[in-house]
Design a binder for this molecule. Sequence first.
Ligand code: NAD
Length: 490
Amino acid sequence: MSGLMDIFAHLEQEGVQLSSIINGAAVKSPLPAMPKINPATGTVIASIEPASPEMLDDAVRYAAAAQKDWAARAAHERAEILSHVARLITEHVDVLSRLEVLDVGKLYSEAVSADVPSGAESFAFFAAACATAHGTSHRWPDAIAYTERVPLGVCAGIGAWNYPIQVASWKAAPALAAGNAFILKPSEETPLTANALAAICREAGMPDGLFQVLHGDHVIGQAICAHRGIAKVSLTGGVDTGKLIVAQSAASLKKVTLELGGKAPLLVFADADFDLAVQLALDANFYTAGEVCSNATRVFVEDSIADKFIQAVSARAAEMHVGDPMSPDMQMGAIVSEEHLIKVLGDVAVAQQQGAIIAAGGTRLHPAGVEGGYYMAPTVLTGCTDEMACVTDEIFGPVMSILRFTDEDDAVRRANNTHYGLGAGIVTSDLTRAHRVAGHLEAGNIWVNSYNLIPPGLPFGGSKQSGMGREGSLYALESYTEVKATYIQL
Ligand code: NAD
């Protein structure tokens, strides 16, 4: 246990050199290191050694060897180790949350209550689920047959930067539960918790080579997609990256799961609990500084309450405390990088040029004590129309666009007028309306009088261009297997 604490303390140290974890050991890369910046302060805190193609080959070889032994174990033995991972994550929630803050710049209060627990829940859920896997049986006059779910072999996960430990756990836990080996390539922006998770998996009793980490950017990501020894790749990232992953995986006909971007609508009806609607709109836009794929960034409000709603939401947004993510007084932390902050501010400028009105925020902030970090005021845009870029394109920052609608048909038609389909929200006191509208909305996840809640066991994922496949459920477990049928002549 002290070994784990030493590893976590090392990862927290400024100037740490992050190597890939291959076959249970940190492996130096021959390639030049990349800087890792703490978004909360703007200072370089670590350097990342991107994995080389040879290191990928090694990792796949070790993974293939470890997978044979892992898949041969009884499911309840795998479950015991995955449960142990869940317990270790929970025991170390504090330090893992601090690492997540160093990586992402998000609030510690969010990481400790949502991100890290969600990682533990994923391992616990798939530990419980894996021993329940079963197939079908068939009978003919002269034969019987049965099917079973078998692992794919070596699977890889490519992560986004907004929920690093959650994304890693949502992919690794079902893959490992199903009997696969797993190679994680975290986002180059947020590499720290990947090494922490590798240490936890080892401590929990996983054989070396079963869970490995390869650091680096799209270059090693491309090599993972092209590698013939890897059976499946699961990406969390942008839509354009998703399209590239499919193309890059074509030559080896890899199975692909894609968790991509969104531009979700929140439909606020005049009969809604007004205070709840305001709170949900704020949460669905400013949680994690708006860097949430399923965020409801198009807030459609029924005409009769729109003025009051805009006034309330803008006032609440303007009052939010933005600053040091470790401070319990803050309601929003940093944006992940200066480059991304500049992009988001640029999107707001375009919105203004196209006629949107900034009702709150719209500016960069330099909060006292963390002046060098990447902060932005929670931003509310009004006067928006359906064609504006702020309404059609994912911004992935703390920017809410408010639109008005006349009636239910108008709201549903416009909510569906997008190539995204990740999430959608409905705020209403009319249960019949809630079911009717939910039935018409085109999205993988619909929330009624709530938003962004994804308990373990519930599938999460997008329709249309927001993705392919689902995470966080038995659908995810299934997606890391294939069906094998055995026919027996009598
Ligand atoms: P990104 O697409 O830029 O990068 C995601 C990952 O893909 C990174 O690890 C990156 O190194 C890697 N990558 C980039 N190009 C690649 C290539 N050609 N081949 C292989 N790997 C490649 O996304 P991001 O900026 O890290 O994250 C933001 C995006 O992720 C947003 O669009 C957001 O909506 C989406 N996202 C989706 C979900 C979801 O569950 N649906 C969750 C979080 C984030």
